[in-house]
Design a binder for this molecule. Structure first.
Ligand code: NAD
Length: 464
């Protein structure tokens, strides 16, 4: 854990160096432009140069991005927390390490071939061109770096329009990516952004003929806007992942896994456990085991008071109070007059409670008792709300695992591990921070950012 004084000193030094220009002031940051028009012009030029680069050169650039990301993970984690007021520095460092180590590069591009009596046909994965990418406030630098690696591996240029509340962090990452590209002998401004992103700059980017593909990572609003753009679009939308616990597992381990996943970066990740459905015959044991592993249990009137902090009610409808997204559990407890600093707050609620229904992105996990797997699956599918994003289960019963997986139809389904195993942290498989449920690409990587092109030679090059 990082101590608070050290963190504030480091924040001051990162911000100071940005302002003094040693990392480049915003206007001197590489790839960061005052207007979207300038950014588009620059990336268009860079992409044309990039077309002549080899795959080996792409890999050199990506290797350098990985190296600098590891080196500057702490800076970006601190800046992200300082700018957005959300999340935990220690967890954000892990997220950057994951991006650096496990985002696929050019090895993700697999050409295919057909050979036979009439010759040989190959299908290669070609660049789209310049890709427009809209990124969220919850993983500002992680998404920029992850998408940059995948998009560059696919042979593309990228223009970002980051979340306005997280643009200093996102732009730091754009500068880092450009520094890495230049150090590895790549072109200037292959990845660009605007200093102060707005809705207007986003619209300009979406409409520009320079941009051939759009990728949005965020809530339902942005995915909808993207899908009405008339361009090829990848939409990575919101989730509200349920986790089921039945009575066949080691309850202590399940409890620890859920606390780890639901509290990670204060529950900001779209894949994080956001409500728990526990078999009634093990619920007490599960709650006790969670309390022993970093969770704080609240009840009765405390829950009602927490609702008033975390949510805003209007005409009987709830929406999240954005001021409280990604805040530490201890801050919520302080408002309730409790002096404690746990990783996670837990409470027992009904399935229709707003803590279950809303995607809180706060370290608060409601737990609902269920009688059997049928009720658990029914309520969990309802809570997931058709996002088809992520769902998790702790069970040794193959029928239970299968039933839930088939019913919930999510892009990610983690069994017997914390949710982050779904993006390669402690589980097999690569990492992404752009999980495309609505448009179906799933966990995006270099291959998602390519066009398949077929090249046919008749009556030749078939050697059998
Ligand atoms: P957000 O939807 O508020 O913002 C995301 C991005 O979209 C920002 O850059 C924002 O400026 C832009 N945006 C929002 N509405 C827009 C519109 N109508 N037109 C154009 N641009 C628009 O989300 P956030 O609070 O930054 O991030 C949290 C949300 O993102 C959660 O719902 C979370 O589940 C989701 N998320 C999804 C993934 C994924 O891979 N599927 C990853 C991270 C976050």
């Amino acid at each position: 854990m990082l101590d608070e004084r050290y963190v504030s000193e480091l924040v001051a030094s990162v911000i100071n160096s940005m302002n003094s220009g040693s990392n480049g002031t915003s206007s001197k940051q590489k790839g960061v432009f005052a207007t979207m028009g300038e950014a588009l012009e620059a990336v268009d030029k860079a992409y044309r140069q990039y077309r002549s680069y080899t795959i080996e050169q792409r890999e050199k650039m990506i290797a350098k991005i990985r190296e600098l990301t590891l080196k500057e993970a702490e800076n970006m984690a601190i800046l992200g927390v300082e700018e957005t007021g959300m999340g935990r520095v220690s967890d954000k460092i892990i997220k950057h390490q994951l991006v650096a180590n496990k985002t696929p590069g050019t090895e993700d591009l697999h050409p295919t071939a057909f050979t036979g009596d009439r010759g040989m046909t190959v299908v290669e994965m070609a660049p789209y061109g310049v890709i427009g990418s809209i990124t969220p406030s919850t993983n500002p630098s992680e998404t920029v770096i992850c998408n940059s690696i995948g998009m560059i591996a696919g042979g593309n240029g990228v223009v970002f329009n980051p979340h306005p509340n997280a643009c200093r962090t996102a732009n730091y990452a754009v500068d880092l990516v450009n520094r890495a590209i230049l150090e590895a002998g790549g072109p200037e401004n292959l990845v660009v952004t605007v200093e102060k992103p707005t809705k207007e700059s986003s619209n300009e980017m979406m409409k520009s003929p320079i941009v051939r593909m759009l990728v949005a990572t965020g809530g339902p609003g942005v995915v909808k806007a993207l899908l009405s753009s008339g361009k090829k679009a990848i939409g990575a939308g919101a989730g509200n992942p349920p986790v089921i616990v039945d009575d066949t597992v080691n309850i202590y381990k399940a409890a620890g896994d859920i606390v780890a996943g639901a509290s990670f970066d204060n529950n900001l990740p779209c894949i994080a456990e956001k409500e728990c459905f526990a078999f009634a015959n093990i619920a007490d044991q599960l709650i006790e085991a969670m309390q022993k592993q970093g969770a704080y249990l609240i009840s009765g009137d405390q829950i009602d008071r927490l609702v008033k902090i975390a949510l805003i009610e209007k005409d009987g409808k709830y929406s999240i109070n954005k001021d409280w997204v990604g805040k530490d559990a201890g801050k919520f407890l302080k408002e309730l007059g409790i002096d404690a600093d746990p990783r996670l707050i837990i409470c027992e609620t009904k399935a229709c409670h707003p803590f279950v229904v809303e995607e809180l992105m706060m370290p608060i996990l409601p737990i609902v008792r269920v009688t059997d797997i049928d009720q658990a699956v029914e309520l969990a599918v309802k809570a997931e709300a058709g996002n088809r994003h992520s769902a998790h289960i702790h069970s040794k019963n193959v029928d239970h695992l299968t039933k839930f997986a088939r019913a919930v139809e999510t892009t990610i389904f983690v069994k017997n591990a914390p949710s982050f195993a779904g993006i390669g942290a402690g589980g097999e498989g690569y990492t992404t921070f752009t999980i495309a449920g609505p448009t179906g690409e799933g966990l995006t990587a270099a291959h998602s950012f390519t066009r398949q092109r077929r090249c046919v030679l008749v009556d030749g090059l078939h050697i059998v």
